[in-house]
Design a protein around this ligand. Structure first.
Ligand code: ZN
Ligand code: ZN
Length: 332
């Protein structure tokens, strides 16, 4: 039996690193612990030389998709006798700094749950998991743990807590985990129709967009001003209000199918659009697609992004006689 202490630096918090180390340790009979520190992630591993070797190889070469390891330092250690592998409380090291993961676009599994009527997070605008959701915008301090995020005030319900504590669950140690019973809620406000909460608020927002009105959506990094991109009057009004004479507006769509309806896109561009950042990609507009010139004056291209939060998906969800291309411009 040998013992190693491992210090890992890089983008290793908020990316599912501890749950990954935990399950890898279980897989190779490793005992000891893992914890976040304000310098990165620390692991203490006990096992046979062979077990330790495969464990370290796997942690190094097969980390979670969003993790980026900058340095990996292992050293001999003499503390052993651990019976189990545990995730320990984070440790704060004064003066240390680690990079924080950016916000991550909703993953395909959460998107499936969002539109599954049998799921307890059905149509919940703040659904997230270890692989997706807000990170940088909710962090108030490091290490990245729930008490150091803006989610601290939302106490987990029993169901969410059970998911958070279960190593086999895909929300194991997901700091922003929430559900309709215990997490934040949405609402919609207007001077004419007053304030409406939850699903009613989402439906009201959709009604406004359908009617050619401009709405403001609070997303992860601030407000977006949104309207139906095919409604010339709405786009002109928005352009006038933003005093944005002829700079192109960014647009947002529900899915890749809609991108292809309006634009030409190659494989490389498609991969970039679908990456975890869901960036705006500038694409040539298809011939015969009459997008009002006010969206991108004097351009034959369109800046398009895919909906990247559950809230955007709920607002953009396709329906008969509902817009499918939306101007989504920064309201800051
Ligand atoms: Zn997810
Ligand atoms: Zn809950």
């Amino acid at each position: 039996m040998i013992s190693k202490i491992i210090h890992i630096r890089g983008t290793v918090q908020g990316v599912g690193f501890r749950p990954f180390v935990f399950s890898t340790a279980k897989k190779y009979n490793i005992t000891g612990w893992v914890r976040n520190s304000s310098a990165g992630v620390e692991i203490l591993a006990n096992g046979t030389p062979q077990e330790i070797k495969v464990f370290i190889t796997e942690v190094k070469t097969n980390p979670p998709p969003l993790a980026k390891i900058d340095t990996f330092v292992e050293s001999e250690n003499y503390s052993n006798g651990y019976k189990d592998f545990k995730i320990l409380q984070s440790q704060i090291i004064p003066g240390e700094f680690i990079p924080i993961s950016p916000d991550v676009a909703i993953c395909s599994e959460c998107q499936k749950e969002l539109f599954d009527p049998t799921n307890n997070r059905y149509r919940y605008p703040f659904i997230n998991c270890t692989n997706c959701g807000p990170r940088l915008t909710i962090i108030k301090g490091i290490p990245y743990d729930r008490p150091n995020t803006t989610m601290a005030e939302f106490t987990l319900c029993d169901r969410c807590q059970a998911e958070y504590d279960n190593p086999l669950n895909r929300r194991f140690h997901a700091q922003p985990v929430a559900c309709p019973d215990c997490g934040p809620q949405v609402w919609f406000e207007s001077l004419t129709t007053g304030s409406e909460k939850r699903e009613k608020g989402i439906q009201r927002a959709r009604q406004f967009l359908r009617d050619g009105k401009i709405i403001a959506i609070k997303g992860l990094g601030g407000f977006h001003l949104a309207c139906d991109a095919l409604n010339q009057e709405a786009v002109s009004k928005l352009r006038h209000r933003k005093k944005r004479s002829d700079k192109p507006f960014a647009t947002m769509v529900f899915d890749m199918e809609t991108v292809k309806k309006y634009c030409l896109i190659n494989n490389a561009e498609e991969t970039i659009m679908g990456s975890y950042e869901h960036p705006i990609v500038i694409l040539p507009t298809k011939k015969g697609m009459h997008v009002p010139k006010q969206v991108a004056p004097k351009m034959r291209t369109l800046g398009v992004m895919l909906a990247y939060t559950p809230l955007h998906l709920l607002i953009l969800e396709p329906e008969n006689d509902y817009p499918d291309l939306f101007v989504m411009t920064s309201g800051n």
